[in-house]
Design a protein. Structure first.
Length: 346
């Protein structure tokens, strides 16, 4: 009389041992069905597969891959998940990962170094094959330390300050320059730069590029007004618009260059709701050219970054580093371009 194995108690996941008992085979046979099915006869394989289906057995793929020394998993630690720019970058990473048959974890540091550090520590514990990161601080000592500990890493949207890993970025100084040059071409000689905090490297680079173009035009430094925000958000754009409206009329700028599109869209909303006309009373340029820029009530001029291409290139570098023993670190830099729309052209 054959023995029928008991089912695992409720709440416990069926194990390989449970499958072996239900199918009345050895653990080695179950392992062969999972990993080397050609070594098992068709009748035995069918019995094991029926036992798996009856028990609701799910293979622990992560444990199997870790035993093989690979997780087939990447992770992207993004700077701000509320910003469509970074979700577009993540989409480019995802497309490259999917093509390579890799899974992707998405993490959000929310611009906080402590949260970023916690994510990085957890990802190392999970033994991901590689990490992509838009860091709060590209000079943070944790980044080269992760590489030294054996986890490949690529910095996204910032230039690597260390030669120990790859980076993919956009020339933000050039982006700042072309934004100001566009406003100068439209006849503006008193402009505000809105964005912050200054601890964000992209903000610093965009502002420095703007300053370079301003000085080369021979205009007084005092006529390029700096309005720092606490974050790169729509709400901070509203606040900046109110601050500019509160300036004496003779000191108000005729145009604004915002450090990203979210700030620019918030500023645009505040300006329009206060009864001012864009661009007649105030011209506005954003940065990133997210999808909302073209669809705004007044279509927004913006400095375009190749968002998905940025993510895809970063992922491809990481895939090459993981798979290619002859991999050499690269610092890839894309060129931004200005997309002029109604907010500056009228």
């Amino acid at each position: 009389m054959s023995r029928t194995a008991a089912s695992p108690r409720p709440g416990r996941r069926p194990s390989v041992k449970d499958v072996a008992e239900r199918a009345q085979v050895s653990l080695g046979t179950v392992s062969n069905v999972l990993n080397r099915p050609d070594r098992v006869s068709a009748s035995t394989r069918d019995r094991v597969e029926r036992a798996m289906a009856d028990l609701g057995f799910v293979l622990n793929e992560s444990a199997r891959q870790l035993r093989m020394g690979r997780s087939n998993t990447f992770a992207y630690v993004m700077l701000d998940a509320t910003n469509p720019f970074f979700t577009d970058v993540a989409r480019g990473i995802e497309l490259a990962a999917e093509k390579a048959d890799l899974s992707l974890f998405l993490c959000n540091s929310d611009g906080r170094s402590t949260r970023e550090g916690a994510h990085l520590a957890h990802l190392q514990q999970q033994r991901v094959d590689g990490i992509l990161i838009t860091p709060v601080d590209p000079d943070a000592p944790e980044l080269p330390r992760i590489v030294q500990q054996g986890t490949p890493l690529v910095v996204v949207d910032r230039a690597a300050t260390s030669g120990s890993f790859c980076s993919v970025t956009v020339d933000d100084r050039l982006g700042g320059r072309i934004a100001i040059e566009h406003l100068l071409d439209q006849g503006h000689t008193r402009v505000a730069f809105v964005g912050g905090p200054d601890s964000i490297g992209q903000v610093r680079d965009r502002y420095e590029g703007a300053c370079e173009a301003w000085r080369e035009a021979g205009l007084p430094d005092t006529d390029l007004i700096r309005v720092e925000t606490e974050a790169l958000s729509v709400q901070e754009g509203h606040v900046a618009g109110e601050r500019l409206a509160g300036l004496p009329k003779r000191k108000r700028p005729s145009a604004v260059f915002c450090a990203n599109d979210l700030v620019a869209l918030g500023l645009l909303q505040q300006v329009v709701s206060s009864g001012q006309r864009v661009p007649e009373d105030l011209a506005i340029v954003g940065y990133d050219d997210i999808s909302f820029a073209a669809g705004a009530a007044v279509p927004l001029s913006s400095v375009r970054q190749p968002r998905q291409a940025l993510g895809r290139a970063a992922a491809e570098l990481l895939i090459d580093e993981v798979n290619n023993p002859d991999h050499e670190h690269q610092q890839v830099e894309f060129t931004p371009e200005l997309v002029a729309r109604t907010s500056t052209l009228g």
